[in-house]
Design a protein around this ligand. Sequence first.
Ligand code: 13P
Ligand code: SF4
Length: 391
Amino acid sequence: MTKTAWVEPEATPLLNLLGTLSDPKTERGVECPGFLLAASDPNLVERAMSAKKALGSDVFVLGHHYQRDEVIQFADVTGDSFRLAREAAARPEAKYIVFLGVHFMAESADILTSPEQAVVLPDLAAGCSMADMATAHQVEDAWAHLDSIGLTSSTVPVVYMNSSAAIKSFTGQHGGTVCTSSNAKRAIEWALTRGERVLFLPDQHLGRNTAVQELGMSQSDCVLYNPHKPGGGLTDTEIAQAKMILWKGHCSVHARFTKACVDEVRAKVANVNVLVHPECVFDVVQSADYVGSTERIIKIIEEAPAGSSWAVGTELNLVRRLAENHSDKQILFLDKTICYCATMNRIDLPHLVSSLESLQAGAVKNQIKVGEQDATYARKALDQMLALPSR
Ligand code: 13P
Ligand code: SF4
């Protein structure tokens, strides 16, 4: 594909966003991540609007900040995974919740809504590679290992929202809590009032960054549990002495930002502020100026003074929108070679139109339904998260 094939005619904010770090004469900044193809049917926007209008208050559309522009415009509420879980729980009047996000988010919404409400994920292939890095079977095996060395009564599971309902259910059954990137610190603090150590899964980076940077633990308080190795690849003593047992999982988008990206942007842009998500690797978070969940990233940019410069390390759809909405500030994507989250981007306008029009016709397509047994215990772990002190 030629370079110009990536250039969307009306996408100047993207060019500004990516071009700033590059040589403007060579246009190198447009090589990647590229733009998203326009939907082929020119009437899709109109069809989505009309189906949504016809459904009225029967439908409530939740949109994660990493979603494409073409669908996020139809969201009644946008947010990070914590906010969206709360919003889903607070909408008992909506017959249908359409989730513009990924599978684990829709599962949580189903768990937190009543059995009469249907949660729809417009494309069932919108999963999450991080959530897939911890299967229920692996987690049961790890717990059985901890049990065999006498540590389960002193270990509390803290599971990141980015996990399957089955793993949230495991967590609820074993007295743990769910957390998101907004409240991981409070969740770990809470867990350490109930046990001596935390089994944190599946994102090792969120666990390590929170433990070390926010809670003042040392790196040696943390061990990395590899589910593909017997005993996690650790000795029993290493596990027993750890305060944080970190599952060997990561986000395939955030874990790609490197310390070299931070050094490069600092060398090229005077007074740049580096702002990253806590799913980034430890070195990146340590060398950044600010770290925060998706909602916090947005707030920091909103409150930043005009004329300030920011290099943001999170999903590209969000960074692009921040750049478009804050043209008085210089907003750069921390690494121009990283692309959109492939699974988040599966939710596109054709899928949304198909979901809304099916609902309008009385058919619930692509419903996410968590089995009653998993839902019961997963709800316990989610309710525990919602009950964590707010600050
Ligand atoms: P938050 O929405 O909690 O910031 O999580 C980021 C993410 O990767 C969601 O998939
Ligand atoms: Fe999963 Fe990362 Fe994509 Fe979020 S951004 S859905 S954690 S792969």
